[in-house]
Design a protein around this ligand. Structure first.
Ligand SMILES: N[C@@H](CCC(=O)NCCCC(=O)O)C(=O)O
Length: 268
């Protein structure tokens, strides 16, 4: 039986009345069914009820990318510029969910916005427009960029720390740790890393692009780029999902064992 992987949803307006819907990109569903070898379940942005009622039934958690931005109130940041997209329902769901998942050792993979949520959930802060900061690159891709290979193509390199969790995860693969090409579709980035956030990869301008979580009992990895766009042709992207899936599979096995144990003990 495949491990059950929760995928975070955004609340997005649909149809002529802008009816709020809970949505996630098909890329995330396909990557869970593909290299993760899991069974995807969409997690509505329904607040803390999701971590309270659903987390115990999940074997993994995928925090998705999104054009919307974590509300600054969660990291004592300045208000966003007028027109910056936000998604309070998603924040109210994912931030407690991340804390609960890490505490419970539920394998967690955080991508782009999900990576930023990971940092904020654990006490870190964000820069809201990296491109406006002295000496920093523009990491964004215009929302109206319709040419897929431009929108999701490789945009800059990242340097991966030797001996890091990411370096271990990519063991045996052929790549240059000083310059791993990645795509880039974000305006925001880690400003103050959370106390437990262990940065493991950086863009040439110093932007933190990947991290693991100190002391996390389970798999807990965040990346600022989008491996879900590249896994079918890029071994490094695929490996991230394979290792996440293996962690979820092991978590599922132990969860089933623990569920069987009480009755087995009682039967003795
Ligand atoms: N909004 C945040 C996070 C960026 C992010 O998750 N981008 C993914 C966009 C999805 C897509 O357009 O394919 C930021 O801007 O930093």
């Amino acid at each position: 039986m495949r491990p059950l992987i929760g995928i975070s949803c955004c609340v997005k307006p649909f149809g002529p009345t802008g009816m709020p819907n809970h949505a996630a990109s098909d890329h995330y569903v396909r990557v869970i069914l593909g290299p993760v070898e899991g069974m995807p379940v969409l997690l509505p942005a329904a607040g803390e009820a999701i971590s309270r009622e659903l987390l115990s039934r999940l074997d993994g958690l995928l925090l998705t990318g999104s054009r919307s931005n974590v509300c600054p109130v969660y990291y004592d940041g300045p208000q966003h510029a007028e027109g910056t997209p936000e998604d309070e329902a998603r924040d109210a769901t994912t931030l407690p969910l991340i804390r609960a998942a890490i505490a419970a050792g539920v394998p967690l993979l955080a991508i782009c916005r999900g990576f930023q949520e990971l940092n904020v959930a654990l006490g870190g802060s964000l820069d809201q427009r990296i491109q406006d900061l002295e000496g920093r690159m523009d990491h964004s891709t215009p929302a109206d960029q319709a040419i897929v290979r431009v929108r999701t193509g490789k945009a800059h390199s990242v340097r991966v720390a030797a001996g890091s969790g990411l370096a271990r995860l990519w063991a045996g693969l052929d790549y240059d740790a000083a310059a791993v090409p990645v795509n880039s579709l974000h305006n925001q980035g880690v400003a103050r890393p959370a106390p437990r956030l262990r940065p493991e990869a950086w863009a040439p301008d110093g932007t933190i692009e990947a991290a693991s979580i100190e002391g996390a009992p389970g798999f807990a990895v965040g990346v600022q780029w989008h491996p879900e766009y590249d896994w079918e042709r890029d071994p490094l992207s695929r490996r991230i999902f394979e290792r996440f899936g293996a962690a979820a599979e092991e978590f599922a096995r132990r969860r089933m064992l623990n569920r069987a144990l009480p009755s087995a003990v009682a039967a003795e």
